[in-house]
Ligand binder design. Sequence first.
Ligand code: FCB
Length: 405
Amino acid sequence: MLTFPKNFLWGAATSAHQVEGNNSCCDWWRWEQCEGHKPSGAACRHYEFYEQDFDLAKELGHNAHRLSVEWARIEQEKGKFSQCDLQHYIDVVIALKERGIEPIVTLHHFTNPAWLSGFGGWANKRAVEYFLRYAEFVVRALAPHVRYWVTVNEPTIYMSHAFLFGVWPPEKKSFFKAKTVENNLAVAHIKTYRMIHKTYDKMKLPAPRVSIAQNMMAFVPCTSSRKDKFAASLRDRLYNFGLIDKLTRAKTLDFIGVNYYSRQLVHLKKWGVGNIIWDTCQAGHQPLPKNSLGWDIYPAGLGDILLKLKKYGIPVMITENGICTTEDEERWEYISEHLKNIHMAISKGVPVLGYLYWSLMDNFEWDKGFVPRFGLIDVDYKTFKRAVRESARKFADVCRTGILK
Ligand code: FCB
């Protein structure tokens, strides 16, 4: 029996574009209309059904929920801010509060207003100022109801998929652009962090807690060779901790948001810059169970990462962790094994604030469309009916009692 700290935040995460539906003014929506791409369409119609969805979250014992505000709705046209869409998000966070659920609000979760693309998107440093202006508009309105903020979701994933591998809009494949985007996102975080604190100060509100959600992976060397060990530890340092180091040096993380899913088995064919950065084992060594997208399931990796985060002396929040599967028993197995590792880290002195499962309900999984099923709640995309899964009920016991049996 494992007991978690009192006041632990228990819940699930979503993002606007993936659940709301008809998010037609953002860059992703435009991109989805191209041939061969999977459109998000009405998604889960959460924009209309958020109250029913939060009723379910409450029924499932959740006391926290992570959501994102959609920049493309708030600022459909450059410089024109929509009071009506802002009101929607005020209503959303109030709906959470009324149900005793702590909102954790993300300001950027992969999508941008379509108009930003005309400026080169995040490769243009003006994006930072535009983002800050939007963020300030939102923060001023939501501050009385919100304590936890995530400025940018997974900056490294966004930068690499959109500007380096070119698999997400705007499909750029440029190392130079990717570096610029990475830097612009870091600057955007730092400026937004300071703006949020200043706003709370001016409004005489209790201090907010602001972070990013950093995608972290377990990098495991495939063999005990010097090559594999060196590359695994370098990737860990750069990919997992590079940005965290930078933002803690700037004193702009009140907690560290961790999105953890999987392991990468590192095996280098030869010494070479590209090999050090990319090579993985292709021979099926050290096999692990996989989710339906083929990602390795490796709960121990989360424990290792949390122990490494201890040195920062900052609280940690698991802002995402989840599995896509059509076998729901695997979901509970996944959750409970990760919770065991979180508990281990807490018992070794890592201050973990909470655990947010990805995701509250099945949703639009970016370029993969609607096939992967990550939800605690099943969504029928024809009728939009929700059905609570068995794993959600098991997780609910932990949320209600703070005890993992
Ligand atoms: C993360 C994203 C989230 C979701 C999960 C499966 O990288 O932040 O939106 O797509 O992966």
